[in-house]
Design a protein around this ligand. Structure first.
Ligand code: LMR
Length: 329
């Protein structure tokens, strides 16, 4: 009798938990980023949301928070480790607290173009770098392109001496600070959300960014000149916390990763096109003058900024640096 009661109790328990699984709330992935929706990262995040809705209905949902709505530059990775956000794609310049190795992407004039960046990211070192923050609880799920950076300012910048004494907003990277110090300029580390106001109020003189960020955040409306310098790269790593990733059932993890890979491929494809389109929109607006420097002038910037590599070589690793150089074919 007692045994029967126990069996009935056990069976009821199993049925209850099965129905709880059947009606379990979908797992929510909050994806937080700082840029506008009409950018490679903004579009990639929306694509990821759509693909997950299509492939994993009822199992996983993605909520996207653009424009620093949920977390800005400085907070998102801490929030991720606390479980308040599950995915983000900070620029590679914003991981300093977690690894020094990713600083490689900030070295001025290291990558000749986006094809070189792509080769490096797809190579052995690039793949290893995705795992470089695992001990700190972060997992890199993939790289996403934005593009090459340009220099904007309230005065024309043609040669390095034009930057002397000027204040430039930079992302929170010591390499970027050294890059501007190398031309006797003053780097100011500030979150992305503050850049427009800093430029508009003339609290700073200039900044470096990609065409799509300069366009979508209207920096071109408050900067008279943009030098097409292509002096560095601004790319992203899509990251999640190890605890969240490990908590997903294996099959689901594989499906989420495949949706993400598809969204990243989509984002990378539009990144190149957007760079060209947004540059043209800025030219057409006539709000900002685009400065094309001569090869000789560009070489002056290279000569002034390239010594920065040596200063960071030990922290980054000579072998990593060599791999990056050899990705320029
Ligand atoms: C910046 O802070 O300038 C960029 O990292 C913004 C972004 O995410 O593209």
């Amino acid at each position: 009798m007692l045994l029967n009661k126990k069996l009935i109790g056990l069976a009821t328990g199993i049925l209850c938990s099965l129905s709880a699984v059947a009606h379990a709330e979908p797992i929510e992935i909050k994806f937080s980023h700082v840029v506008a929706e009409n950018t490679p990262k903004g579009k990639m995040a929306i694509k990821f949301k759509e693909l997950v809705a299509e492939k994993l209905p009822g199992k996983v949902t993605v909520s996207v928070f653009p424009n620093s709505q949920l977390f800005g530059d400085n907070k998102v990775l801490e929030a991720m480790q606390l479980g308040d956000v599950q995915m983000a794609a900070p620029s590679l310049s914003k991981f300093k607290k977690y690894t020094k190795k990713l600083q490689i992407f900030d070295l001025p004039f290291l990558f000749e173009d986006m094809a070189s960046v792509e080769r490096f990211q797809k190579g052995a070192v690039g793949i290893r770098l995705l795992r470089s923050m695992e001990r700190k609880g972060l997992i890199g799920l993939g790289y996403l392109h934005n593009g090459m950076k340009q220099l904007s300012a309230s005065a024309p910048l043609r040669v390095p001496s034009d930057a002397k004494g000027k204040k430039f907003r930079i992302m929170s990277s010591d390499v970027l600070a050294a890059q501007f110090q190398a031309v006797d300029a003053m780097p100011v580390k500030k979150p992305f959300s503050e850049v427009f106001t800093l430029l508009q109020t003339k609290a700073i003189d200039g900044q470096e960014n990609t065409w799509s960020n300069i366009y979508s955040k209207k920096f071109f409306e408050v900067q008279e000149y943009i030098t097409e310098s292509n002096h560095g790269v601004l790319d992203y790593m899509v990251v999640t916390s190890k605890s969240f990733w490990d908590s997903l059932p294996k099959a689901l993890r594989t499906e989420v990763k495949s949706a993400l890979d598809e969204a990243i491929a989509y984002g990378n494809d539009i990144a190149a096109k957007k760079a060209e389109q947004d540059k043209q929109l800025i030219i057409d607006s006539k709000r900002s003058q685009i400065i094309n420097i001569s090869p000789e002038q560009r070489q002056q910037w290279v000569n002034a900024m390239k010594p920065v590599w040596k200063r960071f070589e030990r922290k980054i690793g000579k072998d990593y640096l060599e791999a990056a150089v050899s990705s320029n074919q």
